[in-house]
Design a binder for this molecule. Structure first.
Ligand code: HSE
Length: 431
């Protein structure tokens, strides 16, 4: 049995999962392969980690990543620190020292992928990153290899387990956002500071990676529109439900002629849309390809063993020599892809859910629909619920397709009406 030596930097939850798979005596890797990745060394700055791990004596443990980077016996470095610094410097040094790299670091790839990949090419090494999106779902391999014959037309994904858990709880248990978030934190799904997840930033990092691989184009990450779930109200989930829609945080990528749409926001999906039934911490990605048509990949998007499963798959690719071949052939992140602009959010055309808070008297609907009409926005359905004690009623509408810039102008006008008593809620719809 040939082995390929691995140095693991960052021994958190996922790192421990990777070690568990690599150190397993009757590992499926040994049953299926004649060349396996073998754990040689671990680096973690936390001195308590070693005592928790119960490592075999032949595994080298250090608090200093440099000890692994300088070790000539280690052929591949797994970076599981996360964040930009010092993960970026560690990866650059690993490549420079002639080591392949496996990482789960979506933020680093979204923000600095081009630089890292160009350095990897310079040194003839590879960077593999299956674990960066969708945890255990092999979505990168699917887009890069399995769907290579396709012109990818759209990618729609629930790629953040924390927000999907919160929204599922709000929908199924009628719980308000802050309580659902507290529960997610108690369960260990949401961080103490949940900003990256709940504001859609984590999803936008993942969307950038999927779009680069899927569309084979380059773009400016900063221009991706993202909006999180922290302002979602249970009442909107329920009114929309009544209209036939489920609310999800969706990462959306669409390829137009000379533009791409890249956006992350709370989105209403028809109840029978495949993503509507993706609940809890699960992730799923729907891909529309020119040859394959509609597909959906579904599974656990985070967590120790699902993410470790993806990291180890990458390690096997490196050990078998496949990673270098696919990395070398992949144009994404190479700097030689066509650079395309991302549509401004005001240019997108979609349907909208609107909830106005209005006084309940004759002529209100006519005033609002008049302004919408002036901006070419046509109403598809309307529901009005019972007045609250304040005399204010929620007036809920679903529009036909409209341009977002027009909607914004109409809402500015509607805000000036004396019958409108609060900011209007609007949620984009995806059919
Ligand atoms: N925080 C992420 C999520 C998992 O909730 O999906 C890591 O990408």
């Amino acid at each position: 049995m040939k082995t390929f030596n691995v140095g693991l930097i960052g021994m958190g939850t996922v790192g421990a999962g990777v070690a568990k798979i690599l150190l397993e005596k009757n590992s499926p890797l040994h049953e299926k392969l004649d060349c396996v990745p073998a754990l040689k060394g671990i680096a973690d700055s936390n001195p308590e980690v070693k005592s928790k791990l119960n490592l075999p004596s032949d595994i080298f443990f250090t608090h200093d990543a440099k000890a692994l980077l300088n070790n000539p016996d280690i052929q591949v470095i797994v970076e599981l620190i996360g964040g930009v610094h010092p993960a970026k410097e560690i990866i650059l040094e690993a490549l420079q020292k002639g080591k392949d790299v496996v990482t789960a670091n979506k933020m680093l790839l979204a923000l600095h992928g081009a630089e890292l990949f160009s350095q990897a090419r310079r040194y003839g090494k590879s960077i593999s990153f299956e674990a960066s999106v969708g945890g255990g779902i092999p979505i990168i391999a699917a887009l890069r290899d399995g769907f290579i014959a396709n012109r990818i037309q759209s990618i729609l994904g629930i790629v953040n387990g924390t927000t999907n858990y919160i929204l599922t709880k709000m929908t199924k248990e009628n719980v308000k956002y802050s309580d659902a978030l507290a529960e997610a934190q108690k369960m260990g799904y949401a961080e103490k500071d949940p900003t990256m997840d709940v504001e859609g930033i984590d999803s936008s990092h993942k969307l950038a990676i999927l779009a680069k691989i899927g569309f084979g184009v380059d773009f400016d990450y900063e221009r991706i529109y993202h909006e999180g779930i922290s302002n979602v109200e249970v009442s909107d989930i329920w009114y929309a439900y009544e209209l036939g829609y489920t609310l999800k945080l969706v990462a959306i990528a669409k390829k137009e002629e000379n533009m791409i749409e890249l956006r992350v926001h709370p989105t209403l999906l028809p109840h029978d849309h495949p993503l509507s039934s993706v609940n809890g911490v699960f992730n799923a990605v729907c891909i529309q390809g020119s040859a394959v048509g509609e597909t959906m990949l579904y599974g656990r998007g985070a967590g120790q063993m699902p993410t470790a499963s993806a990291v180890v798959a990458d390690l096997v690719d490196v050990a078998l020599g496949r990673a270098g071949i696919t990395f070398g052939a992949m144009k994404a992140f190479s700097g030689c892809c066509e650079r395309v602009p991302i549509s401004d959010i005001n240019q997108i055309k979609t349907r909208y859910y609107l909830r106005f808070s209005v006084t309940d008297k004759p002529g209100v609907l006519a005033k609002i629909s008049g302004i919408l009409g002036n901006y070419d926005i046509s109403i598809a359905s309307v529901i009005q619920h019972k007045a609250k004690e304040t005399g204010i009623v929620p007036l809920v509408m679903l529009t036909h397709l409209a341009e977002e810039g027009n909607l914004q102008k109409a809402l500015d006008g509607i805000k000036q009406l004396d019958v409108v008593k609060d900011n209007t809620k609007f949620i984009r719809v995806e059919e």
